[in-house]
Ligand binder design. Structure first.
Ligand SMILES: *Cc1c(COP(=O)(O)O)cnc(C)c1O
Length: 408
């Protein structure tokens, strides 16, 4: 063979040195498994399986005595790089990637629950998460109670002797309410339950639920981590103990694995995550202020604005106000539709966290299946619009919003 066959390179940075680096640097250099070819960019290991040198090695690997990969449903070097890099950012002992955010949520819950158990969750959940808690789990004898997540007394009152899991997301979709993660974590701990936080809206850059007392963090990496609207993926971050006791076997045997190609896209996405979130957030904060001064806007919701009812809590548990702005256009559904249809830069989509600014009308799309009363209870009005701010120049976005408001 004519190709050079180099030796496996020694990593320059030890794990301890990587842990001492600042987050931005860890997101570029953390978790790399460099092959003997010394590639600059992380390799995409598009393989289902792995070959063994000997039958003895295969036996040892299945026993867990020989470190190495067995099958991509279990693990894959590209996925392992993505998981390690995100775990380093989050401050989690371990991470496991999944095919989608919903695969991560479902696995994080089902792997630890059994018939007779009880879950307490915040009412304001992403639609599919709410389906899992409200409709899927009860089919298997796992009861659930939905509470107003912002009311700590309601969490406390919902606890039963068989409560095993608390589940929330903050800020919530689409009303950007803030749930006191440390407060809920304390109640969860006292109840002997584990707190699972869906941290998609805050992103790992702006909020660290584990540091606030949560036990498990889940992401739809589909959103900001990819950040360019290409692939679906999810992640569960937890302790080594939880992985060993619950998650590992569940993922291996049920197979919601992340495709290595998708894991590779997410891994590369992490390199630019801090830059993208910083820019998107700066634009979101600026646009929230501008919208608040507009005549045809009845209300603006942005966690770091002083008029957000929970801005003090937001500032305590988040490092920034986030990349989403929600607002109410005058004229109800008709006003909101005229506004959405007149936008030219921001596009209509139910997705978020993308480089492209995306607008959603929750009442007729993501929250369509709820009755008007249920929507009113959630604070979702017919004129409400959710804007996921992208990477366009903020002045082009501001011009787009102003132009569209003129059409209302
Ligand atoms: C998108 C989203 C999910 C689901 O993620 P998928 O990757 O689409 O499966 C879960 N929770 C929140 C808050 C989300 O925004």
């Amino acid at each position: 063979m004519n190709a050079p066959t180099p030796k496996l390179p020694e990593p320059k940075l030890s794990p301890a040195e990587i842990a001492g680096l600042r987050p931005d640097t860890r997101l570029v250099h953390g978790g790399i498994l460099r092959s003997p070819y010394g590639e600059t960019a992380e390799a995409l290991y598009l393989t289902q399986g792995y070959v063994y040198e000997t039958a003895e090695q295969a036996e040892a690997r299945f026993k867990g005595d020989d470190p190495g990969f067995i099958y991509t449903r279990y693990s894959n070097p590209t996925n392992a790089m993505f998981e390690e890099r995100l775990a380093l950012l989050e401050g989690a002992e371990v991470a496991r990637s999944t095919a989608s955010g919903m695969a991560a949520v479902t696995a994080a819950l089902l792997c630890q629950l059994r018939a007779g158990d009880h879950v307490v969750a915040a009412r304001a959940l992403f639609g599919s998460c709410r389906y899992v808690v409200e409709e899927l789990l009860p089919r298997f004898g796992i009861a659930s109670t939905l509470v107003d997540g912002t009311d700590l007394a309601a969490w406390e009152a919902a606890v039963r002797p068989e409560t095993k899991v608390f589940f929330l997301e903050s800020p919530t979709n689409p009303t950007l309410e803030i749930i006191d993660i440390a407060g809920v974590a304390a109640i969860s701990k006292a109840a002997g339950a584990l707190l699972v936080v869906d941290n998609v809206f805050a992103t790992p850059m702006l909020q660290s639920p584990l540091a606030l007392g949560a036990d498990i963090v889940v992401y739809s990496a589909t959103k900001h981590i990819d950040g360019q609207g290409r692939c679906l993926a999810g992640v569960v971050l937890c302790s080594q103990q939880f992985l060993t006791d619950h998650l590992q076997t569940f993922l291996r045997q049920t197979g919601p694995s992340c495709a290595p190609f998708n894991a590779w896209v997410m891994l590369k996405g992490l390199e630019t995550l801090p830059l993208r979130v910083e820019r998107m957030q700066a634009s979101a904060a600026a646009l929230a202020d501008r919208l608040a001064g507009e005549e045809k806007i009845a209300k603006v919701i942005y966690p770091f604005r002083d008029d957000h009812p929970q801005h003090a809590l937001a500032k305590r548990q988040m490092r920034g106000g986030g990349t989403l702005v929600t607002f109410e256009v005058e004229g109800g559904k008709a006003g909101a539709f005229r506004f959405l249809n007149a936008l030219k830069v921001a596009r209509i989509s139910n997705n978020l966290g993308d480089a492209k600014s995306l607008v959603t009308h929750p009442a007729t799309t993501t929250h369509q299946r709820f009755t008007p009363d249920a929507r009113a209870e959630m604070g979702i009005s017919d004129g409400m619009v959710r804007l996921s701010v992208g990477l366009e120049h903020v002045e082009d976005l501001a011009d787009d919003l102003t132009r569209a408001l003129a059409a209302v």
